[in-house]
Ligand binder design. Structure first.
Ligand code: NAD
Ligand code: GLY
Length: 364
């Protein structure tokens, strides 16, 4: 149960190592990337308690001097002021252009650490060590880094590819069940957009995946990384096919924004967003009612929300218009056709998007 996948980006290609007990690979990956300087390890309060000492021991054994920066756990940390604080830690620790960053944590840590690495000294290398399912199957691959603004999610950031990703599946054993379930939404998303077989697997294996059986989780994690790597290799900066990965996210990000990032985990908002996008497909006639039922049932099997009775529809529509995926006032949506097939639409009226959102208000 081990696999290495390459994200093919010419000179900036990088490996993703997936397996169990892999944290020892961190210094090796830094050495192979030609890093000789000090390392800035960024993590959060929860992950620090569990995996920071082990990570630092591996780095010290390989003679890498390190400084650490521990963020408060949670989405609230994804703000610009944290970047300034991290740069302060790096400057006090005398990191320089020969240094590198290790992002040890979930998607929040990965997004902030990647952005800090992109900004510090005009850009230093970093490696991703994702510790949640969301981060292992999605955020650690592809080089999107960002922090949030009160007016919109992920609105301040840049593309900065890591020089490698170490996916140690063993760390998932300490993940709270709610976080595990939320991560499954991103795997289901990959199945819907590009791989019906992956969707079928998730439907069938819900019990063992939810029990965090690493053998059952290996295939969907590795397959998601393959799918994401192929998409990023073809369209790094999201001028085309990469936009498909935003399935469920135009709605989902709006739900996160209007709930002040406090009601739903990211993956939960994506589950609701996928259900709204499925309803949009049904209204447009691209997706069948059976498709909508199966997707909803799969999300429910993973304990993901499919209804939000307090959803402020009008506010969510306003938030969608400010989303960075909306260009010149045109909303962009990824709508499903069938499992494994989606399409991008830019002809969706506010009225239709509103109807899709309204379908989340109650069980259908
Ligand atoms: P997260 O980083 O907040 O982690 C979730 C929680 O789990 C946190 O409390 C964290 O401390 C804890 N945790 C992490 N690993 C753990 C472990 N192994 N054991 C115990 N606890 C652990 O959230 P997330 O769901 O990983 O990521 C969500 C973020 O990722 C959002 O901000 C989202 O926008 C971003 N994201 C980015 C991309 C991208 O392409 N850059 C893609 C998807 C999501
Ligand atoms: N999470 C969507 C992307 O990386 O493009």
């Amino acid at each position: 149960m081990a696999q290495t996948i390459t994200v093919s980006l010419g000179e900036r290609s990088y490996p993703i190592h997936i397996g169990e007990n892999l944290l020892h690979l961190i210094p090796e990956m830094l050495q192979k990337s030609g890093i000789r300087g000090s390392i800035g390890v960024i993590t959060d309060t929860h992950v620090a308690e569990l995996y920071l000492q082990q990570t630092i021991s591996f780095l010290k054994e390989a003679a890498f001097p390190c400084v650490t920066h521990i963020l408060p756990a949670g989405e609230e940390s994804k703000q610009l002021s944290r970047i300034e604080e991290i740069c302060g830690t790096f400057l006090e620790g005398r990191l320089d252009r020969a240094s590198a960053v290790v992002a040890l944590g979930g998607g929040v840590v990965g997004d902030i650490a990647g952005f800090a690495a992109a900004c510090f000294m005009r850009g230093i290398p970093f490696i991703q060590v994702p510790t949640t399912i969301v981060a292992q199957v999605d955020s650690s691959v592809g080089g999107k880094t960002a922090v949030n603004h009160a007016l919109g999610k992920n609105t301040i950031g840049c593309f900065h590819q890591p020089c490698g990703v170490v996916i140690d599946m063993t760390v998932l054993k300490t993940l709270p069940p709610r976080e595990l379930r939320a991560g499954c939404a991103e795997i289901i998303k990959h199945g819907v957009i590009l791989d019906a077989g992956l969707f079928n697997y998730m439907e069938k294996e819900a019990a063992s995946v939810l029990a965090c059986d690493l053998k059952a989780l290996f295939y969907p994690v590795a397959r998601s990384c393959e799918i994401k790597s192929a998409v990023v290799a073809e369209d790094e900066k999201e001028h085309g096919i990469r936009a498909l990965l935003n399935f469920g996210h135009t709605f989902g990000h709006a739900l996160e924004t209007v709930s002040n990032y406090s009601t739903f985990l990211h993956g939960e908002a994506v589950a609701l967003g996928m259900c709204a996008a499925a309803e949009l497909g049904r209204l447009l006639g691209t997706a069948s009612p059976e498709f909508c039922c199966r997707l909803r049932a799969c999300c429910q099997a993973y304990g993901l929300p499919v209804v939000w009775s307090e959803l402020p529809v009008r506010e969510a529509l306003q938030a969608m218009k400010k989303d960075k995926k909306a260009r010149a006032g045109t909303l962009k949506f990824i709508v499903p056709c069938d499992f494994g097939t989606v399409e991008q639409r830019t002809d969706i009226t506010e009225e239709l998007a509103g109807k899709a959102l309204e379908s989340l208000l109650r069980e259908s």
